[in-house]
Ligand binder design. Sequence first.
Ligand code: 3PG
Length: 216
Amino acid sequence: MTPENASRELLEMARLAPVIPVIVVDELDHAVPLAEALVAGGLPVLEVTLRTPMALPAIRKMSHVPNAIVGAGTVLRAEQVSEVQHAGGLFAVSPGSTEALMTRCEEADMPLLPGAATATEAMRLLERGYSMQKFFPAEASGGAAALGSFASPLPQVTFCPTGGVGLGNAPDYLRLKNVVCVGGSWVAPKKLVETGDWDGISALAAEAVQTLSAVT
Ligand code: 3PG
């Protein structure tokens, strides 16, 4: 898969909802009800971070949830790409990018959303063909003011800002013309996951859709 096609696919997914939930799964039993709750609330594109031993089995289970589009986040190493693929993950998100990771994703037909925090990083990715990028860590890198400043010199790049984004500041990002959606963990908070409050998570997702769809 070319980087251009990867970015095209990611852009299509990113247009499905204003938020991509960033998910940490500690217990496999949480995977399906969590995915169902987020999809029911209107957030179908789910990023499961490869930070726990349960992440890959969770991706496998969540990928069978109707209407869920499940990918992996925190993909750092090339060898993780085939693991994600075997688990049924449909895309990979990385906080940055490495030559090895990009090459492996391109060889394996795995759509990659690579991270960039500076103009130089965004330019390097664009030079390779990645026009859809994750702006990470968004708030710590200057927030919406910094990202908005990329729009004039780098109009070809569309971003999904992630890192420190919540319902309060998401509108600031979504109003930017170079932002298509945001990523964030606030719609799947650890406490609600641990207590199995799936209705609460659905409500957070629905609140995000309702509040943010008006902005995009
Ligand atoms: C992360 O690295 O966990 C993601 O960027 C999500 O960040 P958040 O928890 O600030 O939403």
